[in-house]
Design a protein around this ligand. Sequence first.
Ligand SMILES: [Zn+2]
Length: 427
Amino acid sequence: MTAEVTDLLQRLIRLDTTNPPGNETAAAALLRDYLEAAGVECECYARVPERANLVARIRGTGDGPSLALLSHTDVVLADAKEWEHDPFGGKLVSGQVWGRGALDMKGEVAASAVALATLAREGWRGSGDLIFVAASDEEVGDGFGLQWLVDAHPDAVRADYSLNEGAGDRVELGGKVLYLCATAEKMSSPFLLRVHGRSGHASMPSIGDNALVKAASLVTRLDAFRVEPQLIPEVAGFFRALLGDVPTAAEALVRAREISPLGAELIEPLLGMTVAPTMARASDKRNVIPALCEITVDVRLLPGETPEQAEATLRDWLGEGDYELVNTERQGGTRSAIGGPLWDAVATFVEAEEPGAAAAPICVAGFTDSHWLRAAFGTVAYGFFPARAMAPETAARLIHSANERVPVSDLELGVRFLRHAAQSVCA
Ligand SMILES: [Zn+2]
């Protein structure tokens, strides 16, 4: 199994699927050939020929729950000059496979495919369908990947449960070992703050009404933004796994800090919406006092919160002024229940793998394709691909960066977990 997943990952890395432009059809074809050879039925779905998604399936014998192993085959740009080994070489060096996508996320693509192929060869069939979805276009999201699939081919990707990227890291906090399982995602809901003034020649500053200067105090105010902490179910579950009890919302951050700085870092952004001004634009000319200053504000909401509520909260916080506040985008913000057969599969695997360790739910700040399945079908979708050999701090520095690589032992751990999940959930 280890040799097989290593070889498949190496071959996937050697196909350059940098998005843009993607060219994920090459990866879909490789996976189809691999899976069909094991007797798994495959179908490619493509909005344009070069951006194919592969869906493979081991049909259930009854009407038990279905599980989709979800992944994406596109990767982000790699600049070979920054790398110690060719980012598209797939080289095996001291037990690690090097290359763009090793962690995000061709490693999990390969592990998912090997889980299906090995189960198929053993003649395993569940009661419900086991589905493999290798989607294109996750990194850019131009509408060729899962978002398009749930819309154009819902029957191909509808599933009761799904496993995807998002978490699986092993963290040690206050002597306790936790494997994080992403059951929810925050909503990305950026705003544009447009501050108005009056233009004039900069040689006579008092002639105008400087929008940039007026924006400065609003930006300072945004930097101080705080909300009443809330305890979402994911954070409550995290504390329960860690401490055996759940603090109040008001105590949560203090408790996390007592455990470790890492605990506080994890928990703080999950206690409420966060606000970070990140871009500013004012006059295009040095000698013209700007009549308009535009500040882009990155805003992340808790699952269940809406941009409309956030706008009201921000207006309250900023008070009256010569500004408009416009929500420019909304993405993600869905959650799945913690508990049930998929949760049990994660928890039992962790406990068997590392006695004393526990699975803990977490809400992630970033967006993943799990959102599309939750939103379209109410799928219970978790981000969980266990990593034990590589520390989460190391992985975080390598994803979307130079020298990305994955330990072969983590690939093997991943295959075993996915097989276990399939056999438990689709049973
Ligand atoms: Zn990814």
